[in-house]
Write a protein that binds this ligand. Structure first.
Ligand SMILES: [Zn+2]
Ligand SMILES: [Zn+2]
Length: 146
């Protein structure tokens, strides 16, 4: 099925990555000769053949130069792990990505440490807080007991 909207593409990408504990989105389909995740250009509206570029287009926007992997994992497609090399700073990232990167605590003020952060496969762009998850789970349990 051809992908037409950004949401289609996000869905397509989310189903084809393995999200690791440290937040890499590892591409599970084929890789090109250089080790980058490869996607079929005819099935996406941006005509990209590289999965990390496609992820950047739908999550961040235009690519002004070349994308560089900050995390050094070539088949990782997490846009938070890439930067557009014309800009050595994060200044030109989309505001919502920038906000995510700058946020050090969850809405309930638990710190986003490596241990406390996890990502969900169907929404890997969002950091989640384990502590909140635990609280939610115990609240559900006590509700059920009543
Ligand atoms: Zn990565
Ligand atoms: Zn929390």
């Amino acid at each position: 099925m051809p992908l037409t909207t950004d949401d289609d593409v996000k869905d397509y990408l989310a189903k084809r990555v393995i999200v690791t504990d440290d937040g890499h989105w590892l591409w599970t389909l084929s890789k090109n000769n250089w080790g980058y995740g490869h996607c079929n250009r005819t099935t996406n509206p941006y005509l990209e053949t590289l999965a990390h570029r496609l992820a950047w287009r739908v999550y961040v926007g235009e690519i002004e130069h070349e994308l560089d992997h900050l995390c050094r994992v070539k088949h990782c497609i997490n846009p938070e792990h890439c930067e557009d090399t014309t800009h050595r700073t994060n200044m030109h990232r989309a505001p919502h990505i920038l906000q995510q990167l700058q946020r050090t605590h969850c809405p309930r003020e638990h710190e986003y440490t490596n241990e406390n952060t996890y990502y969900q496969k169907n929404d890997p762009g969002r950091r989640r807080c384990r502590e909140c998850n635990r609280l939610r789970a115990s609240r559900n349990r006590s509700n059920r007991r009543k």
